[in-house]
Design a protein around this ligand. Sequence first.
Ligand code: F6R
Length: 612
Amino acid sequence: MCGIVGYIGKDDGTEICLKGLKRLEYRGYDSAGMAVVDNQEIKSIKVKGRVAALEEKQKNNPLKGSLVIAHTRWATHGVPSEENAHPHFDCHKQFAIVHNGIIENYASLKRWLEEKGHKFTSQTDTEVIPHLIEDYYEGDLVATVQKVLSLVEGTYGLAIISAKEPDKMVAARCGSPLILGICDNGDYIVASDPTAVVEYTRKVVYLNDREVVVLNHGSYQIFTLDNKEVERETSEIAWDLAQIEKGGFPHFMLKEIFNQPDTVSNAMRGRIILSENRVKLGGLIDYLDSLAKSERIVFVACGTSWHAGLIAEYLFENLASLPTEVEYASEFRYKGSIVNTDTPYFVISQSGETADTLESLRKVKSAGGKVFGIVNVVGSTIARETDAGIYLHAGPEIGVASTKAFTSQVTVLSLLALYLAKARGKMSDEDMQARLNSVLALPKIIEKILKNADSIKNIAERYIKYNNFLYLGRGYNFPVALEGALKLKEISYIHAEGYPAAEMKHGPIALIDQNMPVVVVATDTEDIIYQKVMSNIEEVRARGGNIIAIATEGNEDIKNFATEVIYVPKTAGFISPIVNVIPLQLLSYYMAAARGCDIDKPRNLAKSVTVE
Ligand code: F6R
């Protein structure tokens, strides 16, 4: 959480940094700030609120400088306020820092510094760093930063400038992402992710943990904390500016929902060899045999990615008869789980930076296990630290609520399940052919649902006055119910619970009345559980509850039971989550829009959860 940008170059870099902050605002947006070195002096502006407010302040009283750092905040330590906004300074404003992460031992360091006479002006953990630098500084900023970072515990992606060395920026990372953009004209931009630099360059360097990059005008060097120089190749950002703009949509979330015919295509492109009746997964090529022979698979993830993992559990067990477990990363990393080195572990992460998922990965690796990644962001920490994996190729996901990444995750996991089913001798050629064809049909089916968006909007607008929703689904669509409920909660602030449909009787049914609409995924009419889901619908109806049913086209009968019906084209059960989640994404989007919520920046949330 939090986004940082820094610029060192020939011109004034304040506009580049402000633009960068806007692109990083999905990482946090409760306060913002910027500092420059101007005439051997650090000057700064800060606001409580959005980057737009910082921009306003900059217009009224402009900072200028060719050495700039800037920050957009998601509060961890200290309320959102101007005092707690970054940059933070030492006592004499000679050093300025922007920081993403948490300094865990800040309290003891702060006590020690206060005893030595340092005066703190914020409640943040970050502020210990400039004071430590002030305390240890003996004329060499780089050496001092290296020394100070060896004293702090926790996570950081940070950038530091100093009035004492006005031609230099020092940036460093440990556990929070940081990249360096190298512009053709010799300017450098450091940022939390490539979206802040892609307008100026596609040439980037990914920093590793406990590395420090020293930027001078026209040159840079990377060092470890113990001052060993590191050679690092540059990488190319594989997407362009258009992908991080709204492209005529009112919100990134809507754009990303409407992108899904393409992103699902990209997730399967080159991975289905229909003529040979097989799935090809290049990223896992060296491990596919051992994966097929394994006796158990474990998925580890958070949030929406965890829901994709739950669907994988059904896919792997139903199609490949492969026992599968799914763990919340935040639980897995701390519980006494025994890492079995014969078990392949998969981490699923859109951003590739989620702190709990990353630490779970490290836990398995340090116990000698193998970890594979299902990741969207190329070059992210998780992508780099896993043994191998499958990229989603969904392009940047900017909307805080994950949509296109989820359908890409489930597409990729479906392909992996099919691969393993075949390799384990659990699927006939005929069955395989039919299933591959249903995966290939997905983009067209999604397009058809999106054409129906207006009717989903109408339904959404009729339901905005309700404060509680229940979402029900079974089998492959139980995780879809969880995902639908999560989408509604996070962007419209309406309370929603997802449940396996048959569990309703074991408690939640007590809540049902005319004020509790129930969204039921009731597709898969040929599945034995369909009739059971219909019984659940009856139970809701008998208690006066309104039902919004997601049903298969042609199922006229369901109109007799449900208050509203959203039809989706018929598809095979194993990929039905990819289809059924689309109307639920739209339902939550349109409800949030009708309630006037800030859809791309929902309160209290941030896209990339890089703190635990
Ligand atoms: C919900 C959402 C979050 C993320 C979760 C994991 O819409 O976006 O629940 O899914 O924070 O993030 P990644 O996938 O980046 O590890």
